[in-house]
Design a protein around this ligand. Structure first.
Ligand SMILES: Cc1ncc(COP(=O)(O)O)c(C=O)c1O
Length: 428
């Protein structure tokens, strides 16, 4: 059982006094150190980390090569250059373009994932209106997570966001996500209904945004559904934009998760795991699209910070040298077969196991088959008290996303603790 010290009590009480509560929400652990797949708090308690700090530490926490890359920048010293350039920026971008498919020719670098979304929205709009002035509609999926800034919130199509924003972009339209319990999905019929409802000409659509899997539940689209989206997009000169901010950099057993669908995107947003810690995000695509905005017209103060770029290069090298994509696939097989075994054991309380590779979500339900978010919270709390950190989504899902370097032994140990949590919560 984890101990809590006076210092932790003080920190939590000061945070509740000084920090906006919208920043709270995760389990109460004051991180002190994180290495490999382990987190230590300021009282010396340790946890197996199944969060990767929300899908950032794909290479493991504080990988020695990332630390040494950061030190090489600090020791120069060089902390910031604004739009002046530096060699780390060239090195990272060159490696990124060379290690991704040839249809990605250029990238735009930013800091937060949500900025990458905004950048992709702007590129999509500029692409469309350059073809014809009415080509500016964007289609996205209701409930997808693309970030917290205005454009990203509008893509989500959540009525709660509309309340505080005060309006919705009339050129953003939403499709419902084809959840597996909603019958046989057909993109053709979904898009037909939307076009009729909104009196929308497909020629006026400029982009379709896809979160590679629905974040809260790690739920992938049916492959045929995404292939039908691609066909429709190609027929109507519409950009296919994938949000890989969470799903990218090896997480799902492919470098980018869109590869599972056998399609070719025009733009991909990346972030989180790309730099193993320091803020780095971006959009990658063809030169034709990336070079639409004028020189200097999309600058951002912290873009391509030397520390972030050095960490980004080290991350790409680690992914390649340690074959992290294969590691995610192999250990993902262990994770998913074990979670499905647990699902079979507690089938009254677990409706689905979703995900691929080293991302998974356990979807909880009560005996009446109703989503059970209290159970999900109890499991997360039990695991936190017994040495395992899980992603607490605040809804009926428990998300699991360990660093891709986690040992199979550690992964199995963590899974047994999750199973024990279900035994205690469901059988007692
Ligand atoms: C799929 C996806 N897109 C965008 C974002 C936003 O990224 P950031 O929090 O870095 O702005 C997130 C963050 O959770 C995400 O999961």
């Amino acid at each position: 059982m984890a101990r809590m010290s006076n210092l932790e009590d003080d920190i939590f009480s000061d945070l509740s006094k000084y920090e906006a509560r919208a920043m709270h929400g995760q389990l109460p652990v004051v991180w002190d150190k994180a290495e490999g797949a382990t987190v230590t708090d300021i009282s010396g308690n340790t946890w197996i980390d199944l969060t990767s700090t929300i899908f950032v530490a794909n290479t493991g926490h504080a990988h020695p090569k990332v630390l040494s890359a950061l030190r090489s920048v600090l020791d120069k010293p060089l902390l910031h250059t604004y739009t002046f350039t530096h060699e780390f920026r060239r090195n990272f971008l060159k490696k990124l373009i060379e290690s991704t498919p040839e249809y990605f020719e250029k990238a735009f670098l930013l800091s937060a994932g949500t900025e990458a979304t905004e950048c992709a929205i702007k590129l999509s709009r500029m692409y469309g209106i350059n073809i014809r002035k009415d080509k500016k509609a964007i289609i996205s999926f209701r409930g997808a997570m693309h970030g917290r800034t205005l454009g990203a919130e509008m893509l989500k199509g959540d009525p709660k966001s509309e309340e505080w924003i005060g309006y919705m972009d009339p050129n953003i339209h939403h499709l419902e996500f084809p959840f597996p319990n909603k019958g046989r999905p057909s993109f053709e019929s979904d898009i037909d209904k939307l076009l009729n409802l909104k009196k929308l000409d497909p020629k006026n659509i400029t982009a379709i945004f896809i979160e590679s899997y629905i974040g809260w539940g790690a739920i992938f689209f049916p492959k045929a559904y995404v292939q039908a989206i691609e066909k429709f997009a190609k027929e109507n000169d519409i950009l296919l934009v994938f949000d890989e901010i969470q799903s990218g950099i090896g997480r799902t057993g492919k470098f980018f998760a869109y590869e599972h669908y056998g399609v070719t995107p025009d733009l991909v947003c990346f972030g989180k795991g790309i730099s193993s810690g320091p803020p780095l995000s971006g959009v990658i695509g063809s030169a034709k699209i990336l070079d639409i905005p004028e020189t200097g017209s999309m600058s951002s103060t912290h873009s391509a910070n030397p520390l972030s770029c050095a960490a980004g290069l080290a991350t790409l090298e680690i992914v390649e040298q340690e074959k992290l994509v294969d590691q995610a696939r192999h250990k993902g097989n262990v994770l998913h077969s074990e979670l499905n075994r647990i699902r079979d054991r507690f089938s009254d309380h677990i409706s689905y196991i979703f995900g691929k590779g080293l991302v998974a979500a356990i979807i909880t339900q009560n005996k009446e088959g109703v989503p059970d978010k209290e159970l999900a919270t109890k499991i997360c709390n039990y695991c936190k008290s017994h040495g395992v950190l899980l992603v607490h989504t605040g809804r009926e899902s428990i998300k699991i996303g360990p660093p891709l370097i986690i040992s199979e032994e550690m992964l199995r140990k963590a899974i047994l603790i999750i199973e024990e949590a279900f035994r205690i919560m469901c059988e007692e």
